[in-house]
Write a protein that binds this ligand. Sequence first.
Ligand SMILES: Nc1ncnc2c1ncn2[C@@H]1O[C@H](COP(=O)(O)OP(=O)(O)OP(=O)(O)O)[C@@H](O)[C@H]1O
Length: 451
Amino acid sequence: MGAHQSRVRDKPPDHQHHEVNFDQFLILRAIGKGSFGKVCIVQKKDTKQMYAMKYVQKAQCLERDAVQNVLREVEILSSLEHPYLVNLWFSFQDEEDLFMVSDLMLGGDLRYHLGRDVQFSEASVSLITCQIALALDYLSSQRILHRDIKPDNILLDEEGHAHLTDFNIAAVLKEGELATSVSGTKPYIAPEVFDCGGGAVGGGYSFEADWWSLGVTSYELMCRARPYAIDSATSLAEARALFAIPVSYPTRCSPHIKQLLKKLLQVKPSSRASSIDDLKKTELLKNCDFEAILEGNAKPPFTPPRDHLNCDPTFELEEMIVEAKPLHKKKKRLAKQRSLRESIGDQDSEVDDCLTGFMTYNREKVLMKKERERKENDWEKELIDAMNLSGATCDNKEAASSSSPSPLLQENQQQQQQQIRKRQRSCHSSKLQVSLDSVQARLTTPTPSPP
Ligand SMILES: Nc1ncnc2c1ncn2[C@@H]1O[C@H](COP(=O)(O)OP(=O)(O)OP(=O)(O)O)[C@@H](O)[C@H]1O
């Protein structure tokens, strides 16, 4: 559906009363820029928790016919939660922008580190491969095809654990269904995906396609070049011809890492490693403790520098000097626009109500609800146990008194809020807790220029 077709003019979003909105965040610094949006570090004012906030101008989104992709990205992300994904916490909109607030990754993306000539060791590449493989295993269990696995979309947290981001072109596959559109970034696209393009009658592709892209990414980290000389100008026919040539491996690759990369880079999807069980069949990972990795208990051999922000320092300058609608002046700007619209009796701004399908999401609220339900179940169970204990000897009076909360239950109730807070912070990301101190220390140190 085209962007303009998604306009629904009879139900404008109520920006003033959204429970989560822009005013609840303190904007600290710009850290990234994608083809659509910009990313900055923010702090939620009530909880003091730090996040990354991506914002996309609605007008640009409409102009570039990207509305459906953004809506789908939020819908998919709101249904997911995994230690090695960059999890979405909040989504909301105002008159100008769509906002997505996620886990903050202070370690930079893998493209940034490749650009700075970081030499990833074999141990480092295998851990990153395992972490993203765990994320892919989870995604396929949720029937999600990512379709854009590449170093640019893998972010490191402070300690160096890898997390997958950017679900802009992800797809949901129904049981037994195959994807058929050629989507992704050419050098990372699997052979069977290419086979769907250029009028070819390919049968479609499934989750194995993401594991191929992981193979290309891992090879690039290990060998500092990609396995096939494919770039954006390579035609489908040229790419197909390249896949027929065996991949060469530099001498620095040990036989074990070579075997792992080879398993991921199998041209035939059915022969490709595309699950954790398949990875466990390789020499390198046969004794790997995936449970420990999932729990965040494997120490990454590569720790991103902690003394500066691992991003291009020009993003901040650009936001301050070049940006026509800087985020830090949004409040004033919107107030002015609102009063102008009121004075001329116009309730709708130009693109104000075009994205009512954009989902407002609040993971804090979802977690609180889950926690409340868990507690209620515990209380119910405790009550039933207490009633069973008093058994046949229990008269009506005793039964009535046993239904009022025990001191233990009352204590539980008091602890509930405290536990929710704790869970919020540790939601699959105890290793991700980013303190204001940690951010501030980096803000005061300039990022070194690339070598
Ligand atoms: N959660 C995050 N924490 C820290 N930095 C982030 C986070 N999300 C994105 N970034 C940084 O911001 C940059 C831009 O992110 P964004 O997702 O907009 O770009 P992108 O992946 O290029 O998107 P697109 O594919 O839409 O162009 C990333 O390359 C990354 O360096």
